[in-house]
Design a protein around this ligand. Structure first.
Ligand code: ZN
Length: 218
């Protein structure tokens, strides 16, 4: 058998090692431990959401290496270790991409390994880079989100899976979910690679910083 090399640390993945077999031979057991999958279940209003990792430390660093530095080899390292489980969970869903402010859609390549139909139906009308926004401005994101070719959208009776790399406040996802409800899909769920988890102190800090008391933090 050819030698397989971990896409994160470049060390050899030993053929036949049980835990490396479980990782589908993309990353080694050690790197998977560093990524530390948590499977965080949460809700955006009444929509069930799942995050594989917490957005912190090693995961944050590797996502940045992928999308910030363009290390394309990392596209499927986040999803691949759980591909069989995720394929079972979402086998009859169609993926819907949230609008991106970049031309090349790095999220597309993170989730394309699931083999599901991927729909790219949103666009943003002007630059509204979420990470630079205050929370109250993030809530305004819906003003910038629009549907491409609305008349060709055929979601009636379908199961839709919104995907994204990082969920921070969920405001983009919330806006997108609201926009698609009128097309009468039977189900909408969310799968994100990582979720930012706020501590109570961080929420307090954020409230002070924003000057608002009723923050919806998911
Ligand atoms: Zn490794």
């Amino acid at each position: 058998m050819p030698t397989k090399v971990c896409k994160i640390c470049f060390k050899e993945i030993k053929n036949g090692a049980y835990h490396d077999f479980l990782n589908n031979g993309i990353i080694c057991y050690n790197c998977l431990n560093h990524l530390s999958p948590k499977f965080i279940e949460f809700k955006i209003d009444d929509t069930e959401c799942l995050a594989i990792y917490e957005y912190a430390d090693f995961v944050k660093e590797k996502i940045y290496q992928y999308k910030g530095c363009g290390d394309f080899e990392l596209a499927n390292v986040f999803i691949a270790p759980f591909i069989s489980e995720l394929k079972t969970l979402y086998h009859d869903f169609e993926i819907v991409l949230v609008p991106s402010h970049k031309e090349e859609n790095h999220v597309y390549y993170m989730f394309s390994c699931l083999g599901l139909k991927i729909r790219d139906i949103f666009y943003k009308s002007e630059k509204h880079k979420q990470s630079n926004q205050k929370y109250k401005d993030r809530k305004e994101v819906y003003k910038y989100i629009h549907l491409k070719n609305e008349e060709s959208i055929d979601f009636k009776g379908k199961k839709l899976l919104f995907v994204d790399d990082v969920c921070t406040t969920g405001s983009t996802l919330r806006s997108c979910i609201k926009m698609l409800k009128k097309f009468e899909p039977t189900k909408i769920q969310v799968l994100v690679v990582a979720k930012r988890v706020f501590s109570e102190n961080e929420v307090e800090e954020l409230k002070k910083h924003e000057g608002i008391s009723n923050l919806e933090i998911i």
